[in-house]
Ligand binder design. Sequence first.
Ligand code: GLV
Length: 277
Amino acid sequence: LTTPSEAIDGELLARSPGLRMCANMAVGYNNLDLPALTARGILATNTPDVLTETTADFGFALLLATARRVTEAERWLRDGHWTKWRYDTLLGRDVHGSTLGILGMGRIGQAIARRGAHGFGMRVIYHNRSQLDAATEQACGARYVSRETLLREADHLVLVLPYSAGTHHSIGMAELRQMKPGASLINIARGGIVDDAALARALREGVIAAAGLDVFEGEPQVHPDLLTLDNVVLSPHIASASEATRRAMANLAADNLIAFFTRGEALTPLNPEVLTR
Ligand code: GLV
């Protein structure tokens, strides 16, 4: 049973000749070298679905905290500045009625879209490898747009796409420069999808207004420049961390192990082909 902090790669596999299964306690599985596992006939499973709504809640929490400068305001209060309060202290950016952009429209992206469209009256646009069917788009209140339109029009851009070599640095300085100067960027997907050094520079230079980040390149390290900026909300990879959901994830991972070792089956296999070999 693994978590995203453990890399199950060629080196580990070479030292683990008896390994038969890897149950990853996460929906994302870029910490697994899936082709290498499959080539050795090792089953891999992940934990989809059980974390969708909890992760979407956190994406929205980060979006709200970033737009309304919640953590910065708390630091200001704790630092004893309240006597300096003015009518224009800590002005943020509205969430209701603004444009929510979502890059990556899987289960979690769709759950975030529903919150934005139906809870906050947002105009929701998204970009994805493939367009959703019309009924799903309608249920999410979301409209498909090109990547360029998404970057140009979003007031709050949420990243929810899986990490792979193909999505490495999907958001770098060129993309940040296409965004509105008042926009915020929220990353609850994976570190490495954003070029964190470029993002820190963009936040310092006002290329975009703010960011909310739950994931980082090289976790648990955080780019030092991000730690010095006030216009970024930082959290340590906790989007799915509610008590109920972490329990559900652990149970699903354990149930996958039990199903495999008792019946040769899996509930949520990533490489089901190894079961039929
Ligand atoms: C957490 O990051 C997950 O992929 O479940």
